[in-house]
Design a protein around this ligand. Structure first.
Ligand SMILES: Nc1nc2c(c(=O)[nH]1)N[C@H]1C(S)=C(S)[C@@H](COP(=O)(O)O)O[C@H]1N2
Ligand SMILES: [Mo]
Length: 543
């Protein structure tokens, strides 16, 4: 770029000496305006196609799709729930830098600049169409945006190139480096008008999208959850311990962890929602509406959900009371037979409206446990972020192999024939939840006063249950903690141990034993490929 400037300066007439720099700045600005136009127009087009097809969401999604397990894990760990925001800001920053570079390029090579924009747009279009669940229509927003941006760039670069001061046969249209005046006012007017028109298109797109979302929200508001035919047994009074620093037994929806690949939360209008059940060994394929589901025999169950990306001591686990229908009944009605009785399909692939898939063993879903198609969460319809209108919940399995949100399709197949989303990306095909205990109080590096300090937390081993939790201090003997009353084997269990704390620097460690009698291993392993192991420890300073 600097050489370019140098060459141009040499060619300029003396009175034009200050022009090149301001012209380069204008060119970069023109690139930004073109980029802005692309995004705004694409936003408008995406409102017509689907919000997920917008270029930033599509490219972001494609990045997520291609992120290796370890990097994804790092992002979740480092940025937490902000990982998606960081990703989108990163994409916007790159886009802005690219736009400015293309703007400057167009100053000298107008056609090349326009081609670069089109190529970039094609990449965005390919990203959108190539996402799981994406289709050809998803390419439209990026494509339309790129064409408009190329036009804008062509127009604005033309204003900058201007007419050569001395007519010369060599000064062609694309040779913008030639000496000449440039119509700064004309450029500013054109750029300003384009930016304003783009903003208008973008706002219109936003408004269209908002009205679509309002429709979905209204459809959710209108849902009346049926009373469960089989209610969850009341939580035992003693399931929740009265210890400061220990959370409630049931996690409120607003505090429930959220882990998914969706940059745009799908907002499904329930009136249009259908669930399709088909595939290998499905004697009677079914298509069900939301109403069809509500009219079936409903069950309510307490189930704790855990993410495979939860590190030892991590926050990605939560407990809710789910309302739904039993998945096994539905499959049986469709004529599905489990592999143990000769059924051909051993994998149930659940597909979400955004293309994400989870793969669950048919044998697990049909072994009698409360595997649910859930539409209620803690007394309300599923929040949009947690899968409205319908999701799967299977006690005992990590979310990525069982808890598909925004469900639209259940396909019976085999593990040999198909890898679901995360299995394709290096995570284990089968992933039962590992037994884990977590210390919630005292917090790391707390300084509790010497004397009796309650050490408390939760432990989980879904579908096996927790039978013992032990705590040790500074690698001393293990002390058995007092367990809260169990609310069944599919939920976490709170525990507390009264620690006679003495002054000093201490390390507290915890371990749990599940209903099979197995004590969790102290061997540390990372989350990839099938869940972290090791004992959670907390270091405190007793003054
Ligand atoms: N459609 C869809 N469903 C999904 C996911 C996803 O990315 N997309 N993530 C899964 C993972 S990894 C987990 S741990 C759970 C998390 O559910 P929650 O966000 O309601 O806590 O949802 C599962 N279902
Ligand atoms: Mo997860």
């Amino acid at each position: 770029m600097s050489t370019d400037l140098h060459v141009t300066q040499q060619r300029e007439a003396p009175e034009d000496r200050r022009l090149p720099r301001s012209r380069t700045v204008c060119a970069a600005l023109g690139g930004l305006v073109a980029g802005f136009a692309a995004l705004c127009v694409a936003e408008l087009a995406a409102a017509a196609v689907r919000p997920e097809a917008g270029p930033v969401a599509a490219v972001g999604g494609a990045v997520i799709d291609r992120t290796p397990a370890a990097v994804k894990d790092f992002a979740v760990r480092t940025f937490g729930t902000a990982d998606k925001l960081v990703l989108q800001l990163g994409i916007l920053t790159l886009l802005a830098v690219f736009a400015m570079a293309v703007g400057v390029l167009a100053l000298r090579h107008r056609r090349a600049g326009c081609v670069a924009v089109l190529v970039f747009g094609a990449a965005g279009a390919a990203a959108a169409a190539g996402r799981p669940g994406g289709g050809a229509a998803d390419a439209l927003p990026s494509a339309v945006g790129a064409v408009v941006a190329a036009g804008v760039l062509h127009l604005l670069a033309g204003r900058l190139i201007g007419r050569p001061a001395v007519p010369s046969p060599a000064a062609g249209e694309t040779d913008g480096g030639a000496a000449g005046t440039f119509d700064r006012r004309g450029f500013v007017v054109a750029a300003g008008a384009t930016a304003a028109a783009s903003a208008g298109a973008g706002l219109l797109g936003r408004a269209l999208r908002a009205s679509g979302e309002a429709g979905a929200a209204a459809s959710r508001e209108a849902v009346v959850l049926p009373a469960p035919a089989s209610p969850a047994p009341p939580l035992p009074r003693g399931a929740e311990l009265d210890v400061r620093g220990l959370g409630p037994f049931t996690t409120p929806n607003k505090d429930f962890y959220r882990v998914d690949t969706a940059l745009v939360v799908p907002r499904v209008d329930v009136a249009r929602w259908r669930l399709r059940i088909h595939g290998e060994g499905v004697a009677r394929p079914l298509t069900l509406s939301f109403q069809d589901l509500l009219e079936r025999e409903t069950v309510e169950r307490d189930i704790t959900l855990t993410c495979v990306s939860n590190e030892v001591g991590g926050p990605y686990t939560g407990h809710a009371r789910w309302l739904g229908v039993r998945l096994a009944d539905l499959l049986a009605e469709a004529g599905v037979v489990p592999p143990s009785r000769g059924g051909p399909a051993d994998q149930l692939v659940a597909r979400s409206v955004d293309g994400m898939t989870t793969g669950t063993p048919v044998s697990t879903v049909m072994d009698g446990r409360d595997a649910l198609l859930a539409f209620g969460m803690n007394g309300e319809p599923l929040p949009f972020t947690h899968g409205f209108p319908v999701r799967m919940v299977v006690p005992g399995l990590y979310g990525y192999v069982s808890a598909c949100k925004w469900l639209k399709e259940l396909e019976l197949t085999t593990f040999a024939a198909y890898d679901a989303y995360w299995a394709e990306r290096g995570w284990s095909r089968r992933a039962p939840v590992k037994t884990q205990a977590r210390i919630d109080t005292p917090r790391p590096f707390a300084s509790p006063r010497a004397g009796t300090v309650p050490v408390a937390g939760v432990a989980w081993a879904q579908h096996r249950g927790i039978t013992r939790v032990e705590v040790r201090v500074d690698r001393g003997p293990w002390h058995t903690a007092r367990l809260a009353e169990a609310a069944g084997t599919d939920t976490w269990r709170q525990w507390v141990w009264e620690w006679p704390a003495t002054p000093g620097h201490h390390t507290l460690e915890v371990r749990a034993t599940d209903g099979t009698g197995a004590t969790q291993t102290g061997e540390r392993a990372g989350t990839v490929p099938d869940g972290a192991t090791g004992w959670h420890s907390v270091v405190v300073d007793v003054p």
